[in-house]
Design a protein around this ligand. Structure first.
Ligand code: HEC
Ligand code: HEC
Length: 228
């Protein structure tokens, strides 16, 4: 049994000690918050993007920073994963990107609203989250394939949009087939028609009709026809 004096001492020392620990930890957290570069880079664009994010209830389906619903993909690192060009094309018409599959809402955002959302996603992706979310182990997209095609420099557009679904030399996505020797399979004219409207050539195909200009189609198809 503690005497009355010991109990008092126990209370006072304990209270003092843990208050001190609490204050020190608060100081440490605040120091971290204010020294983190991301708190200084909250631009108007990012703020507008966040407002659009909230108003349209993206978290009803998605998580960001781990918070939200688990119906649709985690978006904290989507900027790094997909890149701004891909996200722009996707948000304009989400269903067109994955014809016939589960779909995301088409919001009819304006170009500048899409830019705001992309800025918001980029800002989140750049936060120092101490390793969250962990990187998935994707073996298929990192296996190196010995392919002469990997040495040919692709057009920017290819890196921005196509590699989300296709690989060359083992690098890229695996939603669509690897394109290492696609130039052997098809001629230039076929490739041009394919990129213009895949559905017309192969109704029901999972390859999206992407918003590409004529000159982009020309560059892409001439690149693809060199992959042999
Ligand atoms: C009704 C549910 C729903 C809502 C609301 C929703 N999404 Fe989605 N979103 C999806 C689904 C489902 C996918 C996955 C598409 C697929 O794989 O076919 C997706 C995919 C995405 C992707 C691509 C992710 C990736 O890694 O490929 C982005 C970016 C995205 N959504 C942004 C948004 C934004 C921004 C909002 C709010 C303005 C939003 N979403 C609201 C269902 C939703
Ligand atoms: C959302 C995923 C997706 C994106 C983005 C995408 N593709 Fe595809 N692509 C596919 C799928 C799936 C197929 C297989 C279609 C089929 O066989 O029905 C395909 C097929 C192809 C083929 C025919 C390959 C073969 O061996 O028959 C070519 C060429 C091609 N894509 C080029 C491109 C180019 C160039 C881009 C970028 C401008 C691109 N794709 C973007 C999903 C995608």
């Amino acid at each position: 049994m503690l005497t009355k004096f010991q109990a008092k001492l126990f209370f006072l020392v304990g209270t003092f000690l843990f208050s001190a620990v609490f204050l020190l930890l608060t100081y440490d957290s605040l120091k971290y918050v204010y020294s983190s570069p991301s708190s200084k880079t909250l631009s108007e664009e990012v703020i507008r993007g966040k407002e659009l994010w909230e108003k349209n209830n993206c978290m009803g389906c998605h998580t960001i920073l781990g918070e939200g619903a688990y119906y649709a993909p985690e978006l904290t690192k989507v900027y790094e994963r997909r890149g701004p060009e891909w996200i722009r094309v996707f948000l304009k018409d989400p269903q067109a990107m994955y014809p016939g599959e589960r779909k995301m809402v088409k919001y009819d955002f304006s170009e500048s609203q899409i830019s705001d959302i992309i800025a918001f996603l980029k800002w989140n992706g750049e936060l120092d989250l101490k390793g969250f979310p962990p990187k998935p182990e994707l073996k298929s997209s990192t296996q190196l394939v010995d392919s002469a095609s990997a040495a040919i420099v692709p057009p920017e557009k290819f890196k921005q949009i196509c590699t989300a679904c296709h690989s060359v030399g083992g690098a890229g996505g695996n939603v669509g087939p690897a394109l290492d020797s696609v130039g052997k399979k098809y001629d230039l004219a076929y490739l041009q028609n394919w990129l213009r409207d895949p559905q017309k050539i192969k109704p029901g195909t999972a390859m999206p009709k992407l918003p590409l200009s004529d000159s982009e189609i020309k560059d892409l198809s001439s690149y693809l026809s060199q992959l042999k």
